[in-house]
Structures are given as structure tokens and as C-alpha cells.
Design a protein around this ligand. Structure first.
Ligand code: UDP
Length: 237
């Protein structure tokens, strides 16, 4: 089968891993996502993942309560490592071979992120989970997703969300919100649409990296999007 996207990077927020819980990790939710990821890997698509940390710790929220922002952000990055290990466990239970690679060394826990090694893992059909964000405070895991995606030469970033894609206004608050099937990076930036932060969108724009925003909670969606079927919103130039 000719694949539209032979190599993709899937970004899942930390919040998604909490499932119905207000915070933390819900094992059943992880199992469900992992099964969907296995279905994508079974197609022969090379898969890298970036998992957020918002279900455990967010630097910005801690900073707004008085904590030093950079220190708080490092805690946020550590939270992404915890989530990445949880997803690794879920995927390996289902028979996939995976590697967690961290943006700063934690050698007893995972491999350090080395771009050429990560590419080799992908070529060998190992799922590469890029943890600890970009390794820098003041960034987000959305930016890490685009950065790693560009480095690893993926054809698309799959940005999983709680809604069906990008809307002109918040669909949870406005019944008449309109879903875009396609939107340009510049319009996302100009309209200040809450898709990804502006650093992530700018980086994708500068590197012509398509982003597909889709609903993670619709069964089978990860596979649909990875196969290039019309689902969600395509953000391109
Ligand atoms: N973070 C960071 N640098 C990065 C990526 C993440 O400092 O390159 C920190 C930041 O504090 C952020 C936290 O990690 O609040 C969790 O990441 P994020 O908020 O992106 O997770 P998500 O919203 O996707 O769950």
C-alpha cells in the first residue's frame, strides 16, 4: 500500500492521559490509545510520539502561583518523562518495540535523544517517544513536537485534541462555531486560534510541515489521520 505519510509524529497532551480523572494517569485510557497506536504501526507507518505533561504539572500555572518559571518548567518536562514511560509500558504490553529518548540525559531511565539514532530506531520500526519536551524552559511540548518532527523528517504532525479540529471560535462555548477543513499557518497566527502555541505554528510554517488537528476521542481516528483520510483540520502554508 502506498502510504501518504510514511513517517509521522503524533502529539498527545498530558491531559488526554488522565481520561475521566481530573489529573494523573488513567490506565484504561492509556490502553485504549496504545491499541490505536498499534493499529497505525501495523500499517508500516514509522511513528514518533511526543506526550505532554499537563495532567501532572504545568510550569506556567506553578509560575502564576509564585514559583520560578524556569524551575517550574523543568518540573513540567519531568512530568512528560513520567507520561512517556507510561505510554511505553502500554505499547510494549501490546507487542511493539519502543524507545523513550529524553531531551536531557537520564540514562538510567531512557536513552538520550540523538537525532541520528532516533531515525535509525524509526527505520527499524521502533516507536520513538521523545520525552522531556525540547529540554528548554519557556517552551511547550507542542513546540517539541514540531521540532522533533522536523528533525526526524516526518511528513506530518498529528495533533490530537478533545475536539474535531480547528474552529473559528471555541466549540465548547459557541454552538455556531465553524470547523475548518483546511487553514493556513498564517491565519492560525493572525486569528490567534488555540491550536498550538505560536512558537510551534511558526516553526511548522518555516519548515513547511503539515499539521493535522483531530479528535483523539473518536475511535479509529489516529489511524484515519495517519492514512491521510479527510478527518479534522489540515494546517499548511
Ligand atoms: N515544558 C518546557 N519545555 C518544553 C516542553 C515542556 O518547559 O520544551 C514544560 C512546561 O512547563 C509545560 C510542561 O512542561 O507546562 C508540560 O508540557 P505541556 O504544557 O506542553 O503539556 P500538555 O499541555 O501537552 O499536556
Amino acid at each position: 500500500m502506498q502510504l501518504k505519510y510514511p513517517r509521522v509524529l503524533l502529539k498527545i497532551s498530558g491531559e488526554a492521559l488522565a481520561g475521566p480523572k481530573p489529573f494523573g494517569i488513567d490506565p484504561e485510557t492509556i490502553d485504549t490509545f496504545c491499541q490505536e497506536i498499534v493499529d497505525v504501526a501495523d500499517l508500516g507507518i514509522e511513528l514518533s510520539l511526543v506526550i505532554g505533561g499537563g495532567n501532572i504539572f504545568r510550569g506556567l500555572s506553578a509560575a502564576s502561583q509564585g514559583m520560578d518559571r524556569a524551575g517550574a518548567d523543568y518540573m513540567g518536562m519531568l512530568a512528560t518523562v513520567i507520561n512517556s514511560l507510561a505510554v511505553q509500558d502500554g505499547l510494549e504490553k501490546l507487542g511493539l518495540t519502543t524507545r523513550v529518548m529524553t531531551a536531557f540525559p537520564m540514562q538510567q531511565v531512557a536513552e538520550p535523544y540523538i537525532r541520528r539514532r532516533a531515525i535509525r530506531h524509526l527505520e527499524k520500526k521502533r516507536v520513538v517517544i521523545c520525552a522531556a519536551g525540547t529540554g528548554n524552559p519557556f517552551f511547550t511540548t507542542d513546540t517539541a513536537a514540531v521540532l522533533r518532527g522536523a528533525e526526524l523528517k516526518v511528513q506530518a504532525i498529528l495533533k490530537a485534541t478533545k475536539v474535531d479540529g480547528v474552529y473559528d471560535k471555541d466549540p465548547k462555548q459557541h454552538q455556531d462555531a465553524r470547523l475548518f477543513t483546511h487553514i493556513s499557518y498564517i491565519d492560525v497566527l493572525k486569528k490567534r486560534l488555540q491550536v498550538m502555541d505560536s512558537t510551534a505554528i511558526s516553526l511548522a510554517m518555516d519548515n513547511n510541515l503539515p499539521i493535522i488537528v483531530f479528535n483523539l476521542f473518536t475511535a479509529g481516528n489516529i489511524k484515519r489521520v495517519a492514512l491521510g483520510e479527510d478527518t479534522g483540520t489540515l494546517v499548511t502554508g
